[in-house]
Design a protein around this ligand. Structure first.
Ligand code: CU
Length: 168
């Protein structure tokens, strides 16, 4: 689910595919790994960016939007100097976000403040240190609607570190 740069590797793959020999070799490798087909267009990826406002406990955007079912690549940059943050997308609204927040508190720091095996979590970044960033790739929900996101680090959600992804 989390990858540093899936686009670059696909671009490189397409360049390599120009050579028939490389194509044959890579096809073998890809089919051996159950890899993706050559037909997927890289321009169909919706890129989203999100940060946080310095050391305020808030994201720099409290709303994002994406087409239903789209491939999403979200870059989260932690611009704070002191805080760790994450970005967790919830299958539901504010109430489900609160439930995710509370179960994250129970699992604690050993699990990066993430609730394991929660059906309410659609996707998430790892816990990101100050000054660092992380990219998460996922498929947007196929059902249009609004989905809450939050930071599950203790206190941050309650301070307002949350927002909604609108799927259209
Ligand atoms: Cu946070």
């Amino acid at each position: 689910m989390i990858s540093k740069n899936p686009i670059m590797s696909r671009r490189r793959w397409l360049q390599s595919a120009a050579s028939l020999t490389a194509f044959a070799l890579l096809s073998n490798v890809l089919s051996a790994c159950g890899g993706s087909s050559a037909g997927e267009a890289e321009d169909s990826v919706t890129k989203l960016e999100l940060g946080c406002n310095g050391d305020e406990l808030a994201y720099d955007k409290n709303s994002l939007s994406a087409p239903a079912g789209a491939k999403i690549e979200l870059l989260f940059t932690n611009r704070s100097h002191h805080h760790q943050h994450n970005w967790v997308l919830v299958n539901g609204g504010e109430e489900e976000a609160m439930a995710v927040y509370q179960s994250a508190l129970v699992t604690g720091i050993d699990n990066d403040w993430l609730p394991p095996d929660s059906a309410q979590v659609l996707t998430h970044t790892p816990l990101v240190d100050s000054g660092q960033s992380a990219t998460v790739s996922f498929q947007a929900p196929t059902k249009p609607g609004t989905y809450s996101y939050l930071c599950t680090f203790p206190g941050h959600f309650l301070a307002g570190m949350k927002g909604t992804l609108t799927v259209t």
